[in-house]
Design a protein. Sequence first.
Length: 262
Amino acid sequence: MKISAYIIAYNEAEKIRDCINSVLWADEIIVADSHSTDGTSEIAEELGAKVVHIKFDGYGKLRNQAISHCTGDWIFSLDSDERCTIKVRDEILALIENAPLDIYKVPRKNYFMGKWIKHSGWYPNFRQPQLFRNGKMTYDLKPVHEGYVSHSNKEIGVIKNIIWQFPFKNTEEVIHKANRYSTLGVAKLQDRGKTGGVFKAFVHGFWSFVKHYIFKLGFLDGGAGFVIAFGNFEGTFYRYIKLAEVQANWKAPSVNPILRDG
């Protein structure tokens, strides 16, 4: 069985090398690069990956285009901030020879602020299934937090071993992601018929903080758990504020020409 690993990336020069190095065991590595300007593509090509340049128009569409370039019998999806491990490699290679299912989720263990996170909804956590037979899964077209579409009549499996994720290099990346994802998330709120506003933004943001810090035991992760919960507050708060901006279409009042003798 041939396996393709695909990686989506944009200006990830600091992360892409370790990411690719962790899947050099794959038969094919596809890097879907949204026209990086920091050398990401060059590093990927240096390591033997096939780079395809895809204009970013939402994560769902980007992932669908990425898998269209994969030629393997199986596809393993890895983001640039994720790392495969030896145990996951061995489990995948053994599994795909006689897999009873077509689609598998992969658990992730996150490293943040100098420690492995054990709570906060981050351990173990999952995104869309990351291992699937070619042709058995695609993605919906949501611009962010995209879902998946199963083309299999079988249930979704879960592999046993855990990959690593390094979601943020520093606080600046936390803030950048909250800003970027809140902008992309406005369309999802509009599709669900939601309305924005300062009060709604605070209520939804506060609930997001409480959910991660209290109910998902983020307080047990110390300062890192607080930052994770606060980051979720920020992302949610600004998503509803940006929705209000779009719906209200606020504009500054115009000023007529003011002449000296007017």
